[in-house]
Design a protein. Structure first.
Length: 264
């Protein structure tokens, strides 16, 4: 049996691959495969309906009209119609996309497909005071290392990822309304989600963040509430057990959506 040889270049664009932890990354910002992947991550982060993988593969082809996330917002209904079943579906895609153009900075950061930069970590960075694009651009590994929950190794990785995606971030700033800290239904509150949900988890996290909430990936003292659709009499997940031990408020997905719609 021949030993597996770790590739030293990207199979799509032949750019040199770099190893980070257990993963290999293509650092070529113009790699067609990376562009498609980044767009899919963005769509998943925002939970955009009708924007399936087939549509992304079509519009983000090497000869397609979309080569970056920001390009999505420059598409016309007519251009989308060429890549969908027709004008009716194209209009739905257009309306869904442009109906979610006011986004918190941490949501935008977590949607840029930067390794190890999920919504919880992005929230930590913004809450630490790096709440504008210019402040994000001025971050150094040392400053990132000073953010709660970010150590030296992660700080180096995040610094590299942010530096690579900074042009994309600035491009998005020209087509979106990117917001810093805002006052909303969940301002000053933190939440965590566990178990299966009817609404995609990333979509729920984004909705909560855009309402001023702070996204957490784990349960600890001080958490405002845990969202779960579990039978509260069983508490089978570790997060649910911790919430019970801390006396954390536990609410259902439906109750969470009610909070977003009607205030806390």
């Amino acid at each position: 049996m021949n030993p597996f040889k770790i590739p030293d270049s990207c199979p799509i664009c032949n750019h040199i691959a770099t190893e980070t932890g257990s993963f290999l990354f293509c650092r070529n910002p113009s790699c067609p495969s990376k562009a498609k992947g980044a767009i899919k991550v963005w769509i998943a982060r925002l939970g955009l309906l009708h924007w399936g993988d087939a549509l992304v593969e079509s519009i983000a082809d090497e000869t397609g009209p979309v080569q970056s996330i920001a390009d999505l917002y420059r598409l016309s209904v007519e251009e989308l119609a060429f890549h969908t079943s027709g004008v009716k579906m194209a209009k739905k895609c257009y309306d869904v996309l442009h109906g979610a153009k006011e986004l918190k900075l941490e949501v935008v950061l977590s949607g840029l497909n930067i390794p190890n930069l999920g919504l919880s970590t992005a929230t930590d960075i913004v809450v630490a005071g790096y709440d504008t694009i210019d402040k994000i651009a001025a971050l150094t590994p040392e400053l990132l290392d000073g953010v709660p929950n970010i150590g030296a190794v992660l700080a180096e990785s995040l610094y590299d990822g942010i530096a690579e995606k900074l042009p994309e971030l600035r491009a998005l700033d020209s087509v979106l309304k990117i917001q810093g800290p805002i006052v909303g239904a969940l301002s000053g509150m933190s939440f965590c989600i566990t178990g299966s949900t009817a609404t995609p988890r990333k979509r729920l996290q984004t909705m909560g963040a855009n309402a001023g909430g702070i996204v957490k990936e784990s349960v600890s003292k001080g958490l405002s509430f845990l969202i779960t659709n579990e039978d509260l009499s069983t508490f089978t997940s570790e997060k649910a057990k911790k919430a019970a031990s801390y006396g954390t408020r536990v609410i259902s997905e439906a109750e969470f959506l009610q909070l977003l719609g009607g205030g806390v």
